[in-house]
Design a protein around this ligand. Structure first.
Ligand code: ADP
Ligand code: MG
Length: 255
């Protein structure tokens, strides 16, 4: 448990799908500057938890507080505006749009001028557009895709799409970035690049929640790990303790 005031507090989160408890009374906190790992076997409720926290699914029960502000019941874009951004297990980018258009769309929900200013093309509007373009360029450069910036996202490999999705998630300067299986299906070179980016962003203070099956990554990069099994929290602690935990070895690592 981090010593500081939690940045995110999830309490008693539950969600059922036609009688199946996908998430069952899940409670955890994330402190500022942490990388929290969320692991567990397939079907243990990790993605559903993320969906409920970020407003992509409606929780049946429980509360989610970001910086002390209650988020449950809010719509996904309101939660994004409050500072929680996410990527998806099945990467979601707009194939027909350029990389730059993709990052600009990702920002639409956040740094938006009111519609009447946009229509009038006011100075505030032009300033916001310029800042967004600059930030978009910076992020595309950060994830190493500058040379492809004007290409449609369809030209990218699966791993490069995950890098683009990371840039999109960062576009709103979120308080917490939640990554759902950022390394799955990605080649070792891109894995190293994504891992390096997460590490360097975290050194600059970015907080992460990372759902990942790559145990080596979780053990090396996370400050704490929450282990789920059948919708419930099975164990929680620093990686050094989690990898020794009998229940985790049995349930997750199959030992
Ligand atoms: P994980 O991300 O840990 O692999 P999920 O959160 O995707 O697990 O799934 C948890 C459980 O909820 C599984 O049993 C899955 O089949 C079920 N589930 C997830 N989404 C839906 C849905 N939209 N409709 C019905 N069942 C679902
Ligand atoms: Mg999942």
């Amino acid at each position: 448990m981090p010593s500081q005031q939690p940045l995110l507090s999830v309490e008693g989160l539950s969600k059922s799908f036609s009688g199946i408890r996908a998430v069952d009374d899940l409670t955890f906190v994330v402190g500022p500057g942490e990388i929290l790992g969320l692991i567990g076997p397939n079907g243990s409720g990790k993605s559903t938890s993320i969906d409920c926290i970020t407003g992509f699914a409606k929780a049946d029960q429980g509360s989610v507080l970001l910086d002390g502000k209650r988020l449950n019941g809010a719509r996904a874009e309101q939660i994004a505006q409050a500072g929680l951004s996410r990527t998806f297990q099945n990467v979601r980018v707009y194939d027909r749009l350029t990389l730059m258009e993709n990052v600009l769309i990702a920002r639409q929900a956040y740094d938006c001028v009111p519609w009447w200013q946009a229509l009038a093309g006011t100075q505030a509007c032009r300033g916001a557009e310029r800042r967004a373009s600059e930030r978009g360029r910076e992020l595309i450069h950060l994830v190493g895709l500058s040379t492809m910036s004007a290409f449609p996202a369809a030209f990218l490999s699966y791993g490069q799409k995950k890098l683009l999705a990371l840039a999109m998630a960062l576009m709103s300067n979120p308080k917490i970035v939640i990554l759902d299986e950022p390394l799955a299906g990605v080649n070792p070179t891109v894995i190293r690049r994504i891992a390096g980016l997460i590490q360097s962003l975290n050194s600059d203070g970015q907080t992460f929640i990372i759902v990942e099956h790559n145990v080596q990554f979780i053990m090396e990069h996370c400050s704490r790990v929450v282990v789920m099994e059948q919708g419930r929290k099975l164990a929680e602690g620093p990686p050094s303790l989690i990898k020794e935990d009998e229940r985790v070895l049995h349930a997750y690592l199959g030992k």
